[in-house]
Design a protein around this ligand. Structure first.
Ligand code: SAH
Ligand code: SF4
Ligand code: F3S
Length: 463
C-alpha cells in the first residue's frame, strides 16, 4: 500500500453496467492508495468510462478529453502536479489505439474486460502510452478486490451486481456484441458471495445486471447450469436483501422459471424493463430481434398473469433503415396496447461496423426526429397516467438519499419512481410504507402510513 493517498475521479457514461464497472475500477485501485474524489479538478487520475452505443455518446468523450488535456496544461502552468488521463469502457474497446491518435494526452486505454489489470497498466503508463483491449482468459471478477464496508455504505442501500456480460444476439443496429464480447455468466457461488457481502454492508436492494441478463446461465453449486429465475430465488434468501431487480432483458430469454419468479418472490420488484425496439414485424426482422410484435404482446400477457401488478418499461428506436410511416404506426400501436410506466427511446444512430449501417434506405434525420417526438409524446402521456394512478395508493419505498429540501427524504417506489417524503425518523436504507399524496413532474410525494394513521387518530380524538 502506498502511503500518500492519490485521488481518482471516474466519470461514467452509458448503461448501469458502466456504473458498476466504475465502482469496481475504484475497488481495484484502492489498494494502490487511490481515494475517490467528486471532481476532476483535484484528481491525480481521471478515468472516462465511455459508451459507444450512439454516435452522440461516443463523440462526447472526445470533447471531455479535450477539457482534461486543458486541465492538465493549466495545472502544470500553475506549478501543480501531474494528471493521468485514462479511457475505459466501450469506446476504449471499439476504438483502441485510435483514441491516442485522435486525442493526444491520453495515457492509457483499457477495455471493459481488462480493467482489473489497472494497477499494472498504470505502472506501465508511467513510461509510455498503454492500450489493453484484450478479452483475457483470467476471471476479471475473481481478480478484483472487494469494496470496503465504508465504500459500500457510501454508495447507498441500492446496489448493482453484474451477473452476466456480453451479448450473442447481434441485433443489426447494436455495437454491444463487439464492445463487450460474447455472453459470459459468472458462477452462482461468486455472485452469492458478492450479494452476501453487499447485504452484510447494509445494502437492501440489489439490481442484477447484464447486457442480456435473462440469458444468464451460470454454474450452480450443484454443478448444473442455473437460469436467472433460480439465481433470483437464491439471492432472495440472503438475510437483509429486501428487494431485487434485474436488467436488461431480451424478450427471447424470458423463460417459465423467470416468469414464475415474478409470481413467487416477494423480493422481486413488480417492474420489468423489456426492450422491444419496434412494433413492426418487418423492422423487427431486419433488426434481427428474433421475435414479432405478437410474440412480445403474448409474453407480456404471460408475465402479467404471473404478476398482475407489473409496471413495464422498454427501449425504442425510431427511424431504423427502411422504416416507413406504416412501420412507425405499428410501434405506436404496440405502445397503445401495452401501456408503459417509463421508457427510453432513441432515434436510430448508424454505428460503424454494424450491419444496419450498410443497409439501403437510411431514414433522413428529420424523419427520425419527428417520429421520436411523436413517440415520446405518447410515452410521456402513459408515464404520467401511470404516476397519476399511484396517487392514493400505499407502497413500500426504499429511502436512499436526502430529499431536495431540509427535512425531506427521497427513495424509490417498487416501480422505480422517485418518491419524496417529509418526515423525521426515516433513515437512509429504511423501507417504509408510504401513502402517495400527489404526483409531480418527476417525483411522487407521499407520507409514511404510520404517521398518517397517527395524525388521523389524533384528529378523531379532537373531533
Ligand atoms: N441489451 C439491451 C440494450 C442494449 S443498448 C437490449 O437488448 O435491449 C440500450 C438501448 O440502446 C437499446 O435497447 C436500443 O434501444 C438503443 N440502441 C442500441 N443501439 C442503437 C443505435 N445504433 N441507435 C439508436 N439506439 C440504439
Ligand atoms: Fe444490443 Fe441486441 Fe445484444 Fe441488446 S440484445 S445488447 S440490443 S445486440
Ligand atoms: Fe454503452 Fe457499452 Fe453500456 S456501449 S450502453 S456502455 S454496454
Amino acid at each position: 500500500m502506498n502511503s500518500t493517498p492519490k485521488k481518482l475521479f471516474v466519470r461514467s457514461y452509458g448503461c448501469q453496467m458502466n456504473v458498476y464497472d466504475a465502482q469496481r475500477m475504484a475497488d481495484a485501485l484502492a489498494p494502490e492508495g487511490y481515494v475517490e474524489t467528486a471532481s476532476a479538478d483535484d484528481a491525480d487520475l481521471v478515468i472516462l468510462n465511455t459508451c459507444h452505443i450512439r454516435e452522440k455518446a461516443a463523440e462526447k468523450v472526445y470533447s471531455e478529453l479535450g477539457r482534461m488535456r486543458e486541465l492538465r496544461t493549466e495545472r502544470k502552468a500553475n506549478g501543480g502536479g501531474d494528471l493521468t488521463i485514462a479511457v475505459a469502457g466501450c469506446v476504449a474497446q471499439a476504438e483502441g489505439a485510435e483514441i491516442m491518435k485522435r486525442a493526444r494526452g491520453v495515457d492509457l486505454v483499457v477495455g471493459p474486460q481488462s480493467y482489473h489489470r489497472l494497477p499494472d497498466l498504470l505502472a506501465k503508463a508511467k513510461t509510455g502510452k498503454v492500450v489493453d483491449t484484450d478479452f483475457p482468459v483470467e476471471d476479471k471478477f475473481a481478480a478484483l478486490p472487494a469494496a470496503s464496508r465504508e465504500k459500500t455504505l457510501a454508495r447507498g442501500p441500492a446496489a448493482f451486481l453484474t451477473v452476466q456480460e456480453g451479448c450473442d444476439k447481434f441485433c443489426t443496429f447494436c455495437v454491444v456484441p463487439y464492445t463487450r464480447g460474447a455472453e459470459v455468466s459468472r458462477s452462482v457461488a461468486q455472485i452469492v458471495a458478492e450479494a452476501e457481502r453487499l447485504a452484510d454492508h447494509g445494502v437492501r436492494e440489489i439490481s442484477l445486471l447484464g447486457q442480456n441478463v435473462n440469458a444468464f446461465h451460470g454454474e450452480g453449486p450443484d454443478g448444473k447450469v442455473w437460469g436467472l429465475g433460480r439465481l433470483l430465488e437464491r439471492i432472495a434468501k440472503i438475510p437483509g436483501v429486501a428487494r431485487l431487480r434485474y436488467t436488461t432483458s431480451h424478450p427471447r430469454d424470458m423463460d417459465d422459471e423467470l416468469i414464475a419468479a415474478h409470481r413467487d418472490l416477494k423480493e422481486l420488484m413488480p417492474y420489468l424493463h423489456l426492450p422491444v425496439q419496434s412494433g413492426s414485424d418487418r423492422i423487427l426482422g431486419m433488426m434481427n430481434r428474433g421475435h414479432t410484435a405478437a410474440d412480445y404482446l403474448k409474453l407480456i400477457d404471460r408475465i402479467r398473469a404471473a404478476q398482475p401488478d407489473l409496471a413495464l418499461s422498454s427501449d425504442f428506436i425510431t427511424g431504423f433503415p427502411g422504416e416507413t410511416d406504416e412501420d412507425f404506426e405499428a410501434t405506436m400501436d404496440l405502445v397503445r396496447k401495452v401501456g408503459f410506466a417509463s421508457t427510453f427511446s432513441f432515434k436510430y444512430s448508424a454505428r460503424p461496423g454494424t450491419p444496419a449501417a450498410d443497409m439501403d434506405a437510411q431514414v433522413p434525420e428529420q424523419v427520425r426526429s419527428m417520429r421520436l417526438y411523436a413517440l415520446q409524446a405518447l410515452l410521456e402521456e402513459q408515464r404520467q397516467a401511470f404516476n397519476a394512478s399511484c396517487v392514493g395508493r400505499e407502497m413500500d419505498v426504499l429511502f436512499d438519499r436526502k430529499g431536495r429540501h431540509d427535512g425531506q427524504v427521497a427513495g424509490r417506489s417498487p416501480y422505480l419512481q422517485p418518491v419524496q417524503v417529509e418526515a423525521d425518523g426515516i433513515g437512509i436504507g429504511d423501507v417504509v410504507t408510504v401513502r402517495i399524496l400527489s404526483n409531480g413532474t418527476n417525483s411522487l410525494f407521499g407520507e409514511p402510513v404510520d404517521t398518517a394513521a397517527r395524525t388521523n387518530s389524533r384528529m378523531e380524538a379532537v373531533a
